[in-house]
Design a protein around this ligand. Structure first.
Ligand SMILES: Cc1cc2nc3c(=O)[nH]c(=O)nc-3n(C[C@H](O)[C@H](O)[C@H](O)COP(=O)(O)O)c2cc1C
Length: 327
């Protein structure tokens, strides 16, 4: 699959997730393989030019973390020149525009899904971005506020006409919670409306759900979010089983995975930035265990990363057997 000048294979993409898709998680995923495009978490565009790449938890990366798409949260086109200068300096492999985030603080600032209410502003942003860069440019959307075929079709076509190279569709309306089944059939509609590659996103967490989603959507690729934090080997499994890619069968050892994750945080993040990220990750990772809520609660209550690690070691000693791990 092509994203501008990048060839993505397999067409399995890591979703941008605030607090989760940083260097440590990306490294865990790469350890298993099967991922075609990595992502940063969303980056506040206005702050980007001043961030320090060596110490910012949003920007820290190793040379192995490639190709890496940088996701921008931006509300207007005025700062785009400076923002893309920074992205070129950072050697972004691709840039994604966040048009779907429903978080109230993001919407109040005029970003995320509020942009879908103002297609003219989005048109200006995309046109300005396209002028500033030859990097692959993508956009990530939800289905909108309410279901509207005409509205969504016009919006998607506008993005493609202005030079977006790939469109990712999180198949839910703005207000819909993750517990609601995704509306994959709407990704199939988008796929028919535009010529650029369309990526399906929403509740893809296994080989079976990947197959089911592809069958319904005929999407050019799949984007995986929460399952990547729970099971960083999910890309390798889908790459092997669905796309026939020759990556090794995942050799999953949860305590080692967790230990490596903690080591990556310690190596790459400033001390005050480590514990919060471990708590975010543990919230998802712990669901691999029947008694994972015990681990999550202990890590949540920890006051240092060392204390969190001690709790995790004690938990693994008691719980790490075949019987106590979930699917
Ligand atoms: C903790 C968390 C943080 C997220 N942060 C972002 C973000 O920064 N940018 C974005 O476009 N979507 C964000 N999302 C949405 C995901 O990218 C994705 O669209 C959503 O989780 C559905 O995919 P999934 O079912 O595979 O998790 C976030 C989701 C979660 C759970």
């Amino acid at each position: 699959m092509r994203l501008g000048r990048l060839e993505l294979w397999p067409p399995l993409l890591l979703a941008p997730m605030a607090g989760l898709t940083h260097s440590a998680l990306r490294t865990a995923i790469l350890g298993f393989g099967g991922v075609g495009l990595l992502s940063t978490e969303m980056l506040a565009a206005a702050r980007l030019p001043a961030e320090r790449p060596a110490s910012s938890p949003y920007l820290v990366r190793t040379a192995q973390e490639s190709p890496l798409s940088y996701q921008l949260l931006l509300a207007d086109d005025k700062i785009i020149g400076r923002v893309f200068e920074a992205l070129h300096r950072l050697r972004a492999d691709a840039v994604d525009l966040n048009l779907g985030c429903p978080a109230p603080q993001v919407r109040r600032a005029g970003g995320g899904s509020s942009l879908m209410d103002d297609p003219d502003r989005v048109r200006r942003i995309v046109a300005a971005a396209r002028k500033q860069t030859s990097l692959p440019l993508s956009a990530k959307i939800r289905l909108g506020e309410t279901l509207s075929e005409n509205g969504l079709r016009d919006f998607c076509r506008m993005l493609a006409d202005e030079g977006i190279d790939m469109l990712t569709v999180h198949a839910r309306l703005r207000g819909e919670p993750f517990t609601r089944p995704p509306r994959w059939e709407w990704v199939a509609k988008v796929k028919q409306w535009v010529d650029v590659p369309v990526i399906a996103n929403g509740s893809i967490d296994s080989v079976d759900s990947a197959r089911a989603c592809l069958k319904i959507t005929a999407a050019d690729g799949l984007m995986i979010g929460r399952a990547a934090a729970r099971q960083p080997w999910v890309f390798a499994s889908i790459a092997r089983e669905v796309y026939g890619v020759a990556v090794p069968e995942p050799d999953v050892r949860l305590p080692r995975l967790y230990a490596d994750f903690v080591a990556s945080l310690n190596e790459r993040f400033l001390p005050e930035r480590r514990l919060g990220r471990l708590k975010e990750f543990t919230h998802h990772f712990a669901t691999n265990y029947f008694f994972g809520h015990h681990l999550a609660a202990k890590v949540q209550a920890s006051e240092s990363i060392e204390q969190a690690w001690e709790h995790a070691e004690a938990f693994f000693a008691l719980n790490d057997s075949e019987r106590t791990q979930q699917g």
